[in-house]
Design a protein around this ligand. Structure first.
Ligand SMILES: N[C@@H](CCC(=O)N[C@@H](CS)C(=O)NCC(=O)O)C(=O)O
Length: 216
């Protein structure tokens, strides 16, 4: 059975899924490009699968699910050799879940608030108020990073999902190493991992090129 991923590489939640696929060494992935800039996510064929018209979406046999956090947790429990990326121990899992909700509820909205006016609203510079959302997210993430990784001493889904988002935010507003030393170190550490090199770098460069091409 082939696992199908619908997405585009510039999208940070799609890259989170691609990084987890890479980390878990899941073979035989079918990747179907959904170009948001061409409105392909609003085609009937896609809406029938995902009425919320968002990427990433996956299809695994008859099973369809979207949202990078739901998808990556599903991939670890279905395809992982063990649960190390998303441990079931209640307290560890709670910290990971908190970070994942932080990604969904704080990081990604801050990124989207900056990107949507540039990509779809004809704006050619960022609003200071929107950039401030990035800074306040950096400040929080820096405080969470009391250990090597976001949810403790081991790499988990919290790192991969938040790295996908923060690496994109870093394109818009580079993380200041003096102000956010823990975050800057973690960002560097994540960027050196094989899954980041193999499954984030290219899409991040595409994201950077798209954004820069729209700026004055
Ligand atoms: N919380 C979702 C966010 C997904 C999302 O908003 N993706 C964007 C692309 S980065 C999208 O599909 N936008 C088109 C739309 O929502 O209509 C996740 O983590 O997957």
């Amino acid at each position: 059975m082939v696992l199908t991923l619908y997405g585009m590489d510039a999208s940070s939640p799609v890259r989170a899924v691609k990084m987890v696929i890479n980390k878990l060494n899941i073979p035989d992935i079918e990747y179907i490009q959904i170009n948001l800039l061409k409105g392909e996510h609003t085609y009937d064929s896609f809406l029938e699968m995902n009425p919320q018209h968002s990427i990433p979406t996956i299809k695994d046999g008859d099973f369809i699910i979207w949202d990078s956090h739901a998808i990556t947790a599903y991939l670890v429990s279905t395809y992982g050799d063990d649960d190390s990326l998303n441990p079931t121990e209640p307290k560890q899992r709670a910290v990971i879940d908190q970070r994942l909700h932080f990604d969904s509820g704080v990081l990604f909205p801050a990124l989207r608030q900056n990107v949507v006016p540039i990509l779809f609203g004809g704006q050619n510079s960022f609003d200071q108020k929107s950039l401030d959302q990035l800074s306040s997210s950096y400040e929080l993430a820096d405080k969470f990073l009391t250990h090597t990784w976001l949810a403790g001493d081991n790499l988990t889904l919290a790192d991969i999902c938040c790295y996908a988002t923060i690496s994109s935010m870093n394109v818009l507003l580079p993380v200041d190493v003096e102000m956010y030393p823990n975050l800057a170190d973690w960002l560097q550490r994540c960027s050196e991992q094989d899954f980041a090199v193999n499954a984030n770098e290219k899409g991040l460069a595409i994201f950077r090129d798209i954004i820069y091409s729209k700026l004055a």
